[in-house]
Design a protein around this ligand. Sequence first.
Ligand code: NAD
Ligand code: WQD
Length: 344
Amino acid sequence: MKPRILVTGGTGYIGSHTVVELQQAGYPVVIIDNLSNSNREVIDGIERITGIRPDFVEADCTDMAAVKELFDKYPGIKGIINFAASKAVGESMHKPVLYYRNNLNTLMNLLDIMGERDVKGIVFSSSCTVYGEPDVNPVTEASPIKKATSPYGNTKQISEEIITDVINAGAPFKSVILRYFNPVGAHPSAEIGELPNGVPQNLIPFLTQTAMGIRKELSVFGDDYNTPDGSCIRDYIDVVDLAKAHVIAVERMLTDKSEEKIEIFNLGTGNGLSVLQLINEFETATGVKVPHKIVGRRAGDIEKVWANPEHANNVLGWTAATPIADTMRSAWAWQCKLRERGIM
Ligand code: NAD
Ligand code: WQD
């Protein structure tokens, strides 16, 4: 029997896909989520895919009493994956305290309990946002960390520093910090996927909602960037590929495959795609048109960023294997499922 893993934010977008992969790899999972950006039906989706219903505690990670209660109720937790965080960049500009409190107090509570309860490692969800606008692409893990342009981004930089300080101070556990690029798509079963709140700020949910006719047209934010077609370039990574990297990271921490107490990995495909290229990929893969128009630049956007994923490829033996066409089809199938269920 593999050891129990605590997944914070496990009913969220990336968390739910990771719970599926963990369960399919034989790990018993307990989820803690306060449902601030997800709902409990996600657990039904996970069960439909895996045949296993993960344990679920509805609680806030910033509530240490609730976290302790969870550890009392579910003994033998050996690893934590910490997805729980507030993640809307724009909102963080208006509500910085909410972001610092939620993201940092969550992490610090987890680091405290790990020492008390003999947890061997924590996987932390970081972001390519720590690189800001890179001087050189693709970015490696050694690329400079730029000053954060939002409180959200700053919570990721500070969290990485907190983890590093705590482990360097002799904490008896390990950490794998994963810097995600742009996670997109959904589980191929269309049982789970991304559930944006209100008008989506991110490209793919806005695009699929436009393709569905929920939004009139997609605004492409700028075609005057220094890129081949003028629109911004990102590294879009399939969420299931991303989820699989977490299982490898957990295994690595728990089986002492590495001497290192802290490891950092970029998780991306290594391929940059522009906004216009992505629209084209979606239309070709699904046969569905996406009405769109070019508008002005969005304040604060990075012009281009994509990953050098060689460290993860070589050390974790992991690659982002899913072709972008499949990812676009899964994103569309999920949008269609939401319509079928009358959700959107
Ligand atoms: P998400 O909002 O779908 O999932 C986060 C989950 O955490 C939600 O279910 C929410 O209800 C829960 N949560 C938030 N605060 C909590 C708290 N205090 N206690 C308990 N539960 C709490 O987000 P996601 O896209 O799945 O992102 C997961 C992680 O990955 C986040 O840390 C995010 O910052 C990071 N990340 C996401 C992206 C992205 O583009 N989606 C990119 C880089 C990094
Ligand atoms: C992608 C591209 C937009 C919407 C954000 C966070 C980052 C990380 C990932 C967590 C950009 C363009 C978008 C639209 C558009 N998250 N776009 N029309 O900005 O790369 O990154 O999510 O850590 O921290 O900042 O993602 O999906 O918002 O945008 O043209 O309606 O799509 O300009 O070039 P972004 P995104």
